[in-house]
Design a protein around this ligand. Sequence first.
Ligand SMILES: NC(=O)c1ccc[n+]([C@@H]2O[C@H](COP(=O)([O-])OP(=O)(O)OC[C@H]3O[C@@H](n4cnc5c(N)ncnc54)[C@H](O)[C@@H]3O)[C@@H](O)[C@H]2O)c1
Length: 258
Amino acid sequence: MSGSLSGKVAVVTGAGRGIGDAISGRLIADGAKVFALDKMLPDEPRERVTYIETDVTDPASVGAAFKAVDDKAGQVDILVSNAGIQRVGLVGKISFADFSSVIATHLHGLFLCASEVVPRMVERGAGGAIVSIASTAAFVGLPGRGPYCAAKAGILGLTRALSLEVATAGIRVNAVAPGFTRTKFIEQGLKDGSLQEDWMVARVPMKRLARTEEIAEAVRFLAGDESSYMTGQTVVVDGGWIVQGIPEAPTWLQTSAS
Ligand SMILES: NC(=O)c1ccc[n+]([C@@H]2O[C@H](COP(=O)([O-])OP(=O)(O)OC[C@H]3O[C@@H](n4cnc5c(N)ncnc54)[C@H](O)[C@@H]3O)[C@@H](O)[C@H]2O)c1
């Protein structure tokens, strides 16, 4: 397999479907060997991806998964911490169990996987790249999504701190913050009524949701030598959502209307 990631080994969590699956596809396309860690194995597994049933909230499960990667590949060059869940509810009503499960999946998941890969990367001495999937929710408040906003903001904090800890070892730690992306994750919100496609799209300056491949492209950039001097950063991929101050701006102030 040729490509600029040829010879690299990547671990992608939550890669059984959605954004994680697209990330696996993108890394494979450039020659990486990919291990997909997910608590659910996919109905249609990708060729050239090794799936390992893993719960990223469970230290023992994560430890066993990385042991399996050691046995099969003997190295890890890239970690993409992507596994995620959503639980919607107001503070005062949402249960501690639901709050904790969101924090555990996103934030503990990153911590546990990074705790496995950092010592391996340092010992091998060949550097590495860690990329986390955050969200625009890391920067703004979304009512009913307190656990999710807290978890995603926490990911950015850990990304910055870890980037400093491992900089001299040549390990870069960055994050991608997607906006609304068409996956089962969003479909769940459409089904329970906490999201509605018309107002979601209306609020995006580019007037559409993201495709999973567009998120994967940013991850691919941060995972490879193309971003060799970037660390501790977050790349927002949201069609302009987060920088928009006045959604109601008149159409004559938009190029497409002129
Ligand atoms: N879809 C969006 O609009 C959007 C926007 C911003 C950020 N994100 C983030 O992108 C990431 C991927 O989201 P998606 O839209 O592809 O969601 P998805 O629900 O389609 O996929 C999530 C995957 O994570 C896996 N997973 C969940 N809990 C796990 C656990 N404990 N251990 C291992 N695997 C686990 C699931 O089995 C699933 O395969 C998440 O971190 C999500 O928060 C998504």
